[in-house]
Ligand binder design. Structure first.
Ligand code: WTA
Length: 650
């Protein structure tokens, strides 16, 4: 960790920031340390418009099933929309740009009507009630946000499935959640071309989805799609008849707000369940602390609503904060690598939040491209999803931010609901590549499995040692897995604590550096995938006997998929290219193109211990072309390692 530069926040940023110095930061940290519940009590009272106040801040009697703000009643859409109508009815809530260049601006008052009409449609036409699950499989159009908020309005639990997932992946999620309704669009635009989503829904629903009664289709690109009479409904027609007022359902603090499926190290994706009050409190607070959002700001997060970043930092957080949130439909490089910079210039964006993979891509495709635009409106830059390499960081800082915008490198997860470790733009001196310090109230610590704090430069388990309001409540339908996955690895003072799955280290100044996943989860372009899921997909190819998947460092994507495949037959590998293609086809069919393997090696066997465990560490080293440091003599068949190396090197 030598020769790492440090950048202090500029006086200009400090002047306007909510938290203006490290002293202010430490005093908030202290406040939370001294009186943990009092700290959250103060914030929950200040920030949330309660319909009925809570009687108790935290209930830890059934840990790790923590409950927050017991007995409180609220509706998240009131927090995001209704309460802004007094002061902000004509303010832009959402500014949207389609990839072809079409534009929409939706004010808070318009958002109120859109969401209420949508909510009425769900209730009246489809009989959706509080607690029902609704799957949303949508492109990046404003209706995706309307749909989420409409569910929240009536207390239905939404489960957004990323539009890049395949029919099989969509089906798994529909079945697990037992969804009653699927909301989708005919299609959208990407890379200059229309693509279709509705046909994917048709395939998903072709079996095992008895719970689904109807499909609501939003028209985006008016492409030809097939129609199932009695099941499919045309949103654009039906919505006209609905009233623009819908009473918000009165929700308990702990009622589920949404499910979002994410990958773990084993088995199928898990439905991460979030709550109402704790989630919205933290979504709003982090918008204020980390993005220092101001009344006149135009804020843009480039994530997809199918991921947690899209949930918290395109929809719920910005709207709860009364901000203007931008949404863009397409890819960053259409028609060229200047698209995003042009949009920042045109809309005078103040906060820009994206992923390292996009930064690396845009850096590579257009090093000087940002200079062609006026990016002086930018005040704060953000990154999320994976560790950012200093090279990409410096380019982002200098070329995009003009050397004057702090970069908030935000570490968090689907399970945490919102930012956990991040610089505060007006306070924290930043180091390229470090997420710096935990936010006030968040007890993120790097420890060993017994809870001892690690010394500087010693890698340890990144844990959160106290519960926090926006934390995952459970895994849908699988509370045991919830306990095992997150509270089964580390303890502190003898009590199980939340382990994130990530490793991390402190440097000499106490800065936190995330080193990446410690489990079998890989991170491709910021998309979290379990190696087990990809292996299960590959296993569906009729000729595959067994396989193992590892992540390999990749210049743009962060990691790429490297698959080691053992074939069943002795037909030989007549056509490796053809077989690789077929394997990628099964991956695309089961999961989606995002999980495709960059490299496939056909090998005679896998390195296994005598008890049959695949030694992925050896495979990881081989994929990277590194020397094998482990003792291979204890393997079931040590000679297999040499054979694999030869195949991979060839
Ligand atoms: C990784 C995304 C380094 C990490 C919000 C985590 C990061 C996983 C960072 C969660 C960061 C996220 N620096 N690594 N700033 N942010 N990660 O659930 O491995 O899609 O566990 O949530 O992304 O991915 P998820």
């Amino acid at each position: 960790m030598e020769n790492i530069p440090i950048f202090d926040p500029s006086e200009e940023i400090k002047k306007v920031a909510r938290i203006k110095s490290m002293d202010e930061y430490w005093s908030l940290v202290e406040e939370a340390k001294k009186d943990y519940e009092g700290f959250w009590d103060r914030l929950a009272k200040e920030k949330i418009d309660w319909i009925k106040p809570y009687s108790k801040v935290l209930d830890d009697s059934n840990a790790p099933f923590y409950k927050w703000f017991i007995g409180g009643k609220l509706n998240v859409t009131v927090q995001c929309i209704d309460r802004h109508l007094q002061k902000r009815k004509n303010k832009a809530a959402i500014i949207w740009e389609g990839e072809p260049g079409d534009k929409r601006v939706i004010t808070y008052l318009e958002l109120y009507y859109e969401v209420n009409r949508f909510a009425n449609l769900l209730k009246n036409r489809f009989g959706i009630k509080k607690g029902d699950r609704v799957v949303i499989y949508m492109p990046m159009i404003p209706e995706a946000a309307f749909a989420m908020l409409a569910c929240a309005r009536i207390g239905a639990i939404h489960s957004v499935v990323f539009g890049g997932f395949s029919a099989e992946a969509l089906r798994d999620r529909i079945v697990d959640a037992q969804a009653k309704l699927v909301i989708t669009a005919d299609g959208a635009y990407r890379r200059g071309k229309p693509y279709l989503l509705k046909p994917v829904v048709d395939v998903a629903l072709s079996k095992d989805c008895e719970s689904v009664e109807s499909v609501l289709v939003i028209r985006r690109n008016n492409e030809d799609i097939s129609w199932h009479e009695g099941r499919d409904y045309d949103y654009n027609e039906l919505i006209k008849n609905e009233s623009g007022h819908c009473e918000p359902e009165i929700m308990d603090s702990e009622d589920p707000l949404f499910l979002l499926y994410t990958s773990g190290s084993t088995g199928k994706p898990k439905g991460v369940q979030h709550s109402q009050a704790g989630y919205i409190l933290w979504a709003q607070l982090t918008m204020e602390w980390v993005f220092d959002i101001k009344e006149e700001d135009t804020y843009w997060c480039t994530a997809d609503v199918g991921w947690i970043t899209g949930h918290t930092y395109i929809v719920y957080g910005p709207l709860a904060a009364g901000a203007t949130t931008m949404m863009y439909e397409g890819v960053p490089v259409y028609p060229d690598a200047g698209r995003w910079w042009r949009m920042i210039d045109e809309y005078k964006v103040n906060q820009f939040y994206t992923a390292p993979t996009a930064i690396r891509l845009l850096h590579k495709m257009g090093e000087d491209e940002p200079e062609k635009y006026d990016l002086r409106s930018l005040r704060i830059l953000g990154t999320v999803g994976e560790p950012i390499n200093p090279d990409a960081w410096m380019w982002y800082f200098n070329k995009v931010g003009g050397g004057k915008c702090p970069i908030v490198d935000t570490w968090w997860q689907t399970e945490t609901g919102g930012h956990m470790i991040s610089p505060l733009p007006g306070a924290t001196p930043i180091k390229p590549g470090s997420a710096t310090f935990p936010l006030p109230g968040i007890f993120a610590e790097i420890i060993d499995t017994e809870g001892n704090k690690k010394e500087p430069n010693e890698k340890g388990y990144l844990c959160i040692t106290k519960p926090w309001p926006s934390m995952i409540r459970t895994i849908w339908n699988d509370p045991d897995r919830f306990v095992k996955s997150y509270f089964g690895t580390c303890k502190k003072d003898g009590k199980p604590v939340y382990f994130s799955g990530d490793g991390a280290i402190y440097d000499e100044d106490g800065y936190i550096w995330i080193t990446g996943r410690m489990d079998d989860v890989i991170n491709i372009s910021g998309h979290r995938l379990g190696t087990a899921e990809i292996e299960a997909a590959i296993g569906h190819h009729p000729r595959v006997a067994e396989c193992a998947v590892v992540g390999k460092p990749h210049e743009i994507k962060g990691e790429s998929v490297f698959a080691f495949v053992v074939l069943k037959d002795d037909e030989g590998i007549a056509d490796e290219v053809e077989l690789t293609k077929e394997i990628n086809e099964v991956i695309t069919k089961d999961i989606g193109p995002l999980a495709k393997a960059d490299e496939v090696a056909f090998v005679p066997g896998l390195p296994k211990t005598r008890s049959g465990k695949i030694m992925r560490r050896i495979l990881r080293a081989i994929a990277k072309g590194e020397e094998i440091k482990q003792d291979t003599s204890t393997l079931e068949d040590p000679s297999v390692v040499e054979k694999i190396i030869q195949i991979v090197q060839k």
